[in-house]
Ligand binder design. Structure first.
Ligand code: BGC
Length: 763
């Protein structure tokens, strides 16, 4: 397996001159302090100088978070070298000061002066919060995602954080799982491209250079396959699925040079990922060639006791370290128990040394020995800069997916009176989504503000909340955990909020309904059993629909929603949780200043009972018998789907034989813009391996896409090489194989469309 290992572990990455005043400083710097030495030389020099306690310190990460960030972390642990890293989860107004305060202790007061590493979850932006990753994925634009993550890195590093716990490289296989919001969708190919783009955005070509941070591929491995979509649950991933679904995005991230990987909370086949040697060592290091370090997830090491896998903290620590999990996040079993485990001969010292080497390499690659401190933060020169804000606005417009549009959108610029109704029309905080970084509600342009800025002189916008996101009503009931679900059998009764909304709708030329789920209902530990609108929003929707006014529904959520009562004569724009530029980007789309080009990275089901549902399932032996008694098995909207303000027509797929033996054949088709607007189309290549000797392949697999911009009436021929990368698959041992035989080929606007063209690969 070809693996491009980052060129980061070379001296050029740390070219700056070392000027550190520490107790050890002599006229000639010690080799490990000499930036002219290679990283390997520096590591080899430093390691033998370390005591066992100092080594275990490098494998331990603690947390600094609100509100007790000044007292809580123990400075004496840092001073004695018994702590190597922090999670710095505090406001940027103080984070630089706290970073430098602890770094000062590590660098100037500890025996060897090894700098600390500070990590944080900047997942879709730091202060400039971009759309959630599932929204970013809907752009199908790796270059755009790379630019967004580069902005995030710039802001993150300036706040004293040199390591982000992103990109999430898990697959969204079950929309009940709250963390689908953090994924790049359900498909391994799309996720691979966007995970790699994120790594490039975060790390640049030199993560040690100002404005870059180390990236983390997480959660390794298969976390998203949690049974029932319940967070943290068991996974049952077969070797074939592991290799072809869950692993490719990590492989792509490793090839892009990711410096760290985070092990996941799940246990596959009963083995907690944090202690799974086959995954962490044989596959990650052996097959994928990963050379950085692995950090556990939050208390993940110690959680193997609750799983029922390890009996004691010592056993949990030993098994995780031996498996290949180098650093322990938050829990302290490494620091507390591993010295005794070594003394008792239960773990060889060489295992510790190897883990420490991996951590030190990353610290050298980040240039921390040369530049341990963070310059004072000039927030107004770093955060929310004009280029960042403009990019955020563009990503909002590009991530929104137009799902239904019976000629309601775009809005006429001359519209006289708009009503914006719903709990999400003017709520800044809700726009930020899960893991909002340090994004602030007051920085958000709400939809109300964005629309107002677009109105023609004299036109008006009436904003009515209608109901709250979690308001209990006669048609809702509250479950034992406090969550509120719709009770379809109870009587509807009007409330003052809904009555006011109806009155406003009746006055309006066009009504925009801003509905969805609270941002706290997606993300970690936020699985849902229902994907409906929360609180009384379904009643609000029904009441406003009944007015018969032209209607646009804009939905905000961290996952697909199921809205059985969505009126067919309304437009539906799905906006995810879009971040600080929510209102500007969406107003651009609604008024037609931007033409929608977002495409679903996750399937929209018709009903929760269809879940898990994804486009790349199997035909089964009875392809015509896949429906439920009470529902088709087809989704409401498939993967890849999204409308535009223009229309496109696709020609038939043509297979062009190779020009010369040994070259790949080509699949091509024509795409015509048959509408009246210039627009982007995302032309997608899907393949099916009709008969595979190693095991049946999915009904369709995305193997390429191209974004084309077409003027009205313009035709473009779009071609894809049917090469090894397009036609192959991984066998259970991780070997990439391409078998001669028949393939079906689709070049299409989304998955599951029509008959595929047949292509026969011969040797
Ligand atoms: C999450 C990780 C996150 C970590 C640190 C955990 O609970 O699962 O995704 O990076 O916390 O904040």
């Amino acid at each position: 397996m070809a693996v491009i290992f980052p060129s980061l572990f070379r001296p050029a990455a740390c070219a700056a001159v070392t000027v550190l005043l520490t107790p050890l400083m002599a006229d000639t710097p010690l080799p490990y302090r000499d930036s002219n030495q290679t990283i390997e030389t520096r590591v080899a020099d430093l390691l033998p100088r370390m005591t066992l306690d100092e080594k275990l310190g490098q494998l331990s990460q603690s947390v600094i978070c609100e509100p007790r960030h000044r007292e809580e972390p123990n400075p004496s642990l840092v001073r004695s070298g018994r702590l190597g890293a922090f999670i710095l989860a505090i406001d940027p107004a103080v984070s630089v000061e706290i970073h430098n305060q602890f770094q000062h202790i590590a660098v100037e007061e500890s025996r060897l002066g090894i700098p600390l590493l500070f990590g944080y979850d900047a997942i879709h932006g730091f202060r400039t919060t971009f759309p959630i990753p599932l929204g970013l994925a809907s752009t199908w634009d790796p270059a755009l995602v790379e630019r967004a993550q580069a902005v995030s890195a710039r802001e993150t590093r300036a706040a004293g954080v040199d390591w982000t716990f992103a990109p999430m490289s898990d697959l969204a296989r079950d929309a009940r799982w709250g963390r689908v919001a953090e994924t790049f969708g359900e498909d391994p190919f799309l996720t691979s491209q966007l995970a790699a783009a994120s790594v490039r955005g975060f790390q640049g070509t030199d993560p040690g250079a100002p404005g870059h941070v180390a990236a983390t591929l997480k959660h390794y491995l298969g976390y998203s396959a949690a049974v029932g979509g319940r967070d943290y649950n068991l996974t049952e991933i077969t070797p074939f699925a592991l290799r072809n679904l869950h692993l490719p995005s990590f492989h792509a991230g490793v090839q892009a040079g990711a410096l760290t990987v985070m092990s996941s909370f799940n246990a596959n086949d009963g083995i907690p990922a944090v202690s799974d040697r086959h995954q962490l060592t044989d596959i990650l290091r052996g097959d994928l060639g990963f050379k950085g370090f692995v950090v556990s997830d939050w208390e993940g090491v110690i959680e193997s006791i609750a799983w029922g896998y390890s009996a004691t903290p010592a056993e949990a620590a030993r098994r995780s370290l031996a498996a290949g999990n180098d650093m322990e996040m938050v829990s302290t079993s490494y620091r507390d128990t591993l010295a005794a485990e070594i003394a008792a001969g239960r773990i060889p010292p060489a295992v510790i040394d190897e883990a420490v080497r991996r951590v030190l390499r990353v610290k050298f690659a980040l240039g921390l020995f040369e530049h341990p401190y963070t310059p004072a933060l000039a927030a107004d020169k770093v955060f929310l800069q004009p280029d960042a804000v403009a990019l955020a606005r563009e990503t909002v417009a590009r991530s929104a997916v137009l799902l239904q549009n019976p000629d309601v959108l775009p809005l006429a610029k001359t519209v006289k009176h708009l009503a914006l109704i719903g709990p999400l029309g003017d709520d800044g905080d809700e726009m930020l989504g899960t893991w909002p970084g340090m994004g602030r509600p007051q920085d958000v342009v709400t939809l109300a503000q964005g629309l107002r800025a677009k109105l023609a002189p004299g036109a008006t916008l009436e904003v009515v909340r209608g109901c709250d996101l979690l308001e209990a009503g006669p048609r809702t009931r509250t479950l034992m955990d406090g969550s509120v679900v719709i009770d379809p059998v109870a009587e509807a009764r009007e409330t003052p909020g809904i009555a006011a909304a109806v009155a406003a709708a009746n006055r309006a030329d066009v009504v925009i309904l801003a509905l969805g789920e609270p941002r706290g209902w997606s993300g970690e530990n936020a699985s849902r059993a229902e994907l409906s609108l929360t609180g009384r929003q379904s009643e609000l929707l029904a009441a406003v629909t009944a007015t018969g006014r032209p209607l646009v529904i804009v939905t905000f959520s961290g996952r697909p929603l199921v809205i059985p009562t969505l009126p067919v004569n309304a437009a539906w724009l799905h906006a995810w949780h879009p971040g600080v530029q929510a209102g500007t980007g969406l107003a651009d789309v609604l008024f037609g200043d931007a033409v929608p080009s977002g495409r679903l990275a996750i399937t929209f089901p018709r009903a929760v009972g269809q879940l898990p549902l994804f486009y790349n399932g199997y035909t089964t032996g009875r392809p015509d018998k896949r429906d439920y008694r009470d529902l088709p098995s087809e989704p409401l909207y498939p993967f890849g789907y999204g409308l535009s303000y223009t229309t496109f027509r696709y020609g038939a797929v043509e297979i062009v034989p190779p020009a010369q033996p040994g070259q790949p054949a080509t699949a091509r088709t024509t795409v015509i813009n048959t509408g009246r607007r210039p627009a982007d189309e995302v032309v997608q290549l899907y393949l099916r391996d009709v008969a595979c000797s190693e095991g049946a392949r999915p009904e369709q697999e995305l193997r390429g896409w191209q974004r084309v911009h077409l003027a009205p009436g313009e035709t473009r021929t779009v071609s894809f090489a049917l090469d090894d990368a397009a036609l192959g698959f991984f066998n259970r041992e991780g070997r990439w194989l391409t078998e001669p035989g028949d393939f079906l080929v689709w070049i299409a606007p989304h998955a599951h469309i029509g008959e595929g063209a047949r292509y026969t690969l011969t040797r």
